[in-house]
Design a protein around this ligand. Structure first.
Ligand code: FAD
Length: 431
């Protein structure tokens, strides 16, 4: 049996790894000259700068995978820090547990109003709602509007670079719906889950690209062929085989895994008919990231950084104080800030000016001598619409009959750990 995997990001490479022993031949097609997709570690002078993701959320399956790759001793953890949100021209500070909407930490927070805290006391009595809904509706329904504005939008929706009013809670944060369904109350869940995880995220000492490089080595040693610089243009069914047409010619396969963004699937699979319209239901957003590297000491007492509520009239949407979060990746004496900006057709110099003026305006910080590295991430964050899960189910069921499978950030979660888990689960499905 011959398998084609389209896409050499973390999803495609992990699929190659998990499936190598059940196919006679596997080819991974990657359109770029390098594998890794959104995972890109840049070595700049003596610093390791993550241009895409900088960390992976910890869970059993992913940690096991990292240890299987013999990378366990290269894991590093970020300096723990509170979460800061710029809201109403003021910094609000929350404990990291707030990410899981732990209401005990909401009650303890000095940045949540008394009115909201009284409302929170009724949370255990709120009805549960089985169907999908937006992140905004979910949080407002259970915890009230203030919690959505101060936590839901700037912290949770920000992970997807999304508008929480549009984002499907069932697809983007399924665990929240599961807690609601199984425990009926977030208070009850918080009281039951006493085992506080020490670290929610981890990274690699020599950068996240280390994982894709090691994966490449592993899959190649298992006889998987990686074809770099080969773009898949079209897939069609001819005499029971799947013909994969690329910029360099075509080849036939028994099964195909697509591990690429859903809008690319639309172009490649158009021959299969109207079903492909479903790939376009997911819209994608873009962002600009900017590293600012300086030897100056900045008076910015904000732990690992801050997120910006969209109600603020700023172009900066967030900032990681990279040298605080990952001192292991930064040379001593340097301060490195990583900014996330709204995606607009800014010129390079404009980006610099925006950062200087907004940091001055909000924090009275004068940024002077620094180097800057910008990266534009176009169409990089999927915005799962309400009922996204239903769409994915229809797509997967239809194409399973054609021996075509789908994994990656377009489907069951944007995080690297979700991508690896999808590749792992595929093993049972594809057999
Ligand atoms: C700025 C940024 C920050 C992020 N931060 C985090 C974070 O801290 N933690 C986290 O867990 N996640 C984070 N994410 C999300 C995470 O990086 C991605 O969801 C994940 O890496 C996606 O992996 P993938 O393999 O599914 O897709 P991709 O990485 O997009 O890989 C797809 C690959 O397919 C190739 N390809 C596309 N079309 C074709 C074709 N027609 N033929 C052949 N090849 C093709 C592409 O070149 C690419 O290499 C971040 C994302 C961004 C953009």
């Amino acid at each position: 049996m011959k398998l084609a995997i389209v896409g050499g990001g973390i999803s495609g490479l992990s699929a190659g790894y998990f499936l190598s022993d059940i196919f006679d031949e596997i080819f991974i097609f990657e359109s770029e000259s390098e594998i890794g997709g959104k995972i890109k570690t840049l070595k700049f002078k003596n610093h390791l700068l993550e241009l895409g993701p900088d960390s992976i959320s910890s869970n059993f399956q992913v940690e096991k995978f990292i240890f299987e790759l013999n990378l366990g001793n290269e894991i590093i953890f970020p300096n723990n820090s509170k979460i800061n949100v710029l809201y109403n021209n003021r910094i609000l500070t929350f404990e990291p547990e707030i990410v899981s909407l732990n209401p005990i930490f909401m009650l303890k927070s000095k940045d949540i109003s008394i009115k909201s805290k009284i409302n929170l006391l009724f949370e255990p009595f709120k009805k549960h709602f089985e169907n999908d809904e937006s992140l905004e509706k979910f949080i407002t329904r259970r915890f009230g509007e203030e919690i959505f504005l101060k936590i839901g939008q700037p912290i949770l929706a920000n992970i997807y670079n999304a508008d929480g009013k549009e984002l499907s809670v069932l697809s983007a944060f399924e665990n929240l719906k599961i807690i609601e369904k199984n425990h009926k109350s977030f208070f009850k869940f918080a009281l039951l889950s006493k085992n506080k995880k020490k670290h929610l995220f981890f990274s690699m000492k020599s950068g996240l690209s280390r994982i894709v490089m090691k994966l490449e080595k592993e899959v190649v040693s298992k006889n998987v062929k990686i074809l770099k610089g080969v773009r898949v243009l079209k897939i069609s069914k001819i005499n029971g085989k799947l013909r994969v047409i690329t910029n360099l010619g075509y080849c036939e396969f028994d099964k195909v895994v697509l591990a690429i963004p859903s809008f690319n699937c639309y172009d490649i699979l158009k021959d299969f008919g109207d079903i492909c319209e479903l790939f376009l239901k997911t819209k994608w957003t873009s962002t600009i990231t900017s590293y600012l590297i300086t030897k100056e000491h900045l008076k910015l007492d904000l732990g690992n950084g801050f997120l910006v509520s969209p109600l603020e009239n700023l172009n900066i949407t967030g900032c990681t104080i990279y040298s605080n979060k990952w001192p292991q990746k930064v040379s001593d004496e340097f301060t490195i800030l990583r900014f996330f900006l709204k995606y607009k057709p800014f010129k390079e110099d404009e980006i610099k000016d925006i950062i200087i003026s907004e940091m001055d305006k909000v924090f009275n910080i004068k940024l002077r001598n620094f180097e800057i590295i910008n990266y534009r991430w176009e169409n990089s964050f999927p915005q799962y619409p309400i009922n996204h899960k239903e769409n994915v189910k229809i797509i997967r069921e239809f194409f399973k009959n054609e021996h075509i499978y789908f994994i990656g950030s377009s489907y069951d979660g944007i995080g690297i750990s979700s991508c690896i888990n999808q590749a792992f689960k595929l093993r049972n499905e594809i057999l």
